[in-house]
Design a protein around this ligand. Structure first.
Ligand code: SAH
Ligand code: MG
Length: 194
């Protein structure tokens, strides 16, 4: 039997950074409220958030992209277990090599944090007129709000700076307006300016 708790345990044991409960709650409530139907996700991992999004209601279709083969294989398996093969399309590739024709009313970016801007620009042309782009991990485990001299590694500092650049990019974009929620690990909700 398909069991979401098992997926979460697998992620914990294998150090796979799936969305936390608060983040998932926000995302699925958002999808229900906005009646999103055609969703694109960048960063499938093992399929946990894709499955949670598809489960919101039966009209939803999720296309999701993952570049790591082992995770992609695990996601395939999980999506079958949940009998969601008809409503979740998995793409095994680096998102930056993927060109899609479809229009999406929600684009969920949850991939390499340093690539947020490149991924945003890669897929903004696929956003429907009244669609939303949601980006996860805008707080990056709290590091984004930490004084930079307290950040424990150069690697993390590099990513933090990229997230700050991306925040600036979103907040000053001429075509979009963005609200960042201090929910989960920090969630940015972007929509077209009116
Ligand atoms: N959304 C998932 C978690 C994703 S973790 C959930 O909450 O259940 C981030 C994933 O993005 C990782 O598995 C990583 O391999 C993948 N990823 C990072 N950069 C990517 C890229 N450029 N293209 C495709 N996948 C990417
Ligand atoms: Mg995330």
């Amino acid at each position: 039997m398909a069991n979401i708790k098992e997926l979460k345990e697998y992620a914990t044991i294998n150090n796979i950074p799936i969305m936390n409960d608060e983040g998932i709650e926000f995302l699925t409530t958002f999808i229900a409220k906005k009646q999103s139907k055609n969703i694109l996700e960048i960063g499938t991992a093992i399929g946990y958030s894709a499955i949670e999004m598809a489960k919101v209601n039966e009209n939803i279709h999720v296309t999701t992209i993952e570049r790591d083969e082992a995770r992609y294989m695990e996601a395939l398996k999980n999506i079958k277990k949940f009998e969601l093969e008809d409503r979740i399309t998995l793409i095994f590739n680096d998102a930056l090599n993927v060109h899609l024709e479809d229009e999406f009313d929600l684009i969920f970016i949850d991939a390499a944090k340093g690539q947020n801007k490149a991924i945003f620009e890669q897929f903004e042309g696929n956003l429907s007129m009244n669609g939303y782009i949601i980006t996860d991990n805008m707080s990056f485990h709290g590091y984004v709000d930490m004084p930079e001299e307290e950040i424990p590694s150069k690697n993390i500092l590099g990513l933090v700076r990229k997230i700050k650049d991306y925040t600036y990019f979103l907040e000053n974009h001429m075509l979009y307006k963005t609200t960042i929620y201090q929910i989960g690990d920090g969630i940015a909700v972007t929509e077209r300016r009116g």
